[in-house]
Design a protein around this ligand. Structure first.
Ligand SMILES: Cc1ncc(COP(=O)(O)O)c(C=O)c1O
Length: 340
């Protein structure tokens, strides 16, 4: 998509090459699987909102319905208003309406921009699909009027969807995340820029250059953050996206090893953010003492969700190493920063 590449690369993204690659991949991907278009940049929250027309065009050309992952729709619409020429005078609600008009439907994990603790929904513009899905819903989730959720949760989602497009709320929300990014940057921590709406992403390969990707630098940082400071983050890197090539048997690692510091909505204060920043900066200052990890168990699917670790062997040889920390049952982790 020549024109699309140029437009998207020039206007939206920090790393145009990467994003342009994403759009280029989308077309053959759609054609081959006819299920979904994948766009590079997603995990660093460059959601391609500005490329929506190009994406719609590709999907429709291949007869593929375009469904948005809408879980952060309000934050993304806020960014359209802030960054895309011609939208400054509009409300976030208006921008959201326009954005959704380009799609055939959406999936929504309402734990994010639904501002609730649990629940979600599927929405679509096609009555026939809705009928089919409703029949399935009754067999696997619940009656159409509640879809397996409690009535109070449905009500909370309805209220949350209204409140989340409030510009005062969004300004605070996005500003809080930006502030965390600024503090980290000032402390010398390598982060991905521009900072997104729900999280700051730490560049673990630059943070821990001595730990090879085979020893999961992002996950090593996640574990140290939790163990030493009680802060839970999530790795978006070699653990989540690394794989074994079935042809060569070699491990293939993604280019980026990131740690996502996601900030739950309406929970934390500026003081909490300062504590998080100071903790990450403290770890960065003593980064030479951190060691890599090796996997001792991984689930056959979604290994980033279920696995166990052992520190790489060098750890035990270090003076003062604490053997009791050697095995880290990740399932026991509690959250300060959640995964939303
Ligand atoms: C973009 C995006 N979509 C969907 C999900 C899944 O949400 P849930 O945990 O409710 O299944 C996540 C979770 O973090 C997400 O980041």
């Amino acid at each position: 998509m020549g024109a699309g590449d140029e437009q998207v690369g020039a206007r939206l993204v920090h790393e145009p090459r990467q994003l342009a690659g994403g759009i280029a991949v989308a077309e053959p991907h759609v054609g081959r699987h006819a299920t979904r278009a994948e766009l590079v940049g997603d995990s660093v929250e460059h959601r391609l909102v500005l490329a929506r027309l190009e994406v719609r065009e590709v999907c429709h050309r291949h007869g593929v319905p375009l469904f948005f992952d809408a879980c952060r729709f309000a934050e993304n619409c806020w960014f359209i208003r802030e960054r895309e020429p011609g939208h400054q005078g509009r409300t976030v609600r208006e921008i959201a309406r326009e954005l959704f008009s380009y799609g055939d439907g959406c999936t929504m994990s309402a734990k994010k921009d639904g501002l609730v603790n649990i629940g979600g929904f599927l929405a679509m513009n096609n009555g026939a699909w809705a009928e089919q899905i409703t029949n399935l819903l009754m067999m696997i989730e619940g009656f159409p009027t509640y879809g397996g959720m409690a009535g109070r949760d449905l009500e909370a989602i309805a209220i949350g969807l209204g409140e989340v497009v409030n510009e005062d709320y969004l300004e605070f929300r996005v500003g809080q995340v930006a502030h965390l990014g600024e503090m980290l940057e000032q402390g010398g921590v390598p982060i991905v820029k521009p900072v997104g709406g729900h999280a700051v992403y730490v560049d673990a390969r630059r943070f821990l250059p001595n730990i090879p990707q085979a020893e999961f630098p992002g996950q090593a940082l996640v574990v140290a953050l939790y163990r030493d400071h009680g802060i839970r983050a999530v790795e978006v890197g070699s653990l989540m996206f690394g794989r074994r090539d079935p042809g060569t048997g070699q491990d293939v690692y993604p280019q980026l090893d990131l740690v996502r510091l996601a900030v739950p909505r309406r929970v934390y204060t500026t003081e909490h953010m300062r504590y998080v920043a100071e903790s990450v900066i403290a770890l960065h200052r003593r980064r030479d003492t951190l060691r890599g990890l090796r996997l001792t168990y991984e689930a056959p699917t979604l290994r980033h969700s279920r696995r166990d670790w052992r520190r790489s062997r060098e750890w035990n040889r270090l003076p003062g190493s604490r053997a009791r920390y050697d095995t880290i049952p990740v399932a026991d982790q509690l959250a300060l920063l959640g995964s939303r």
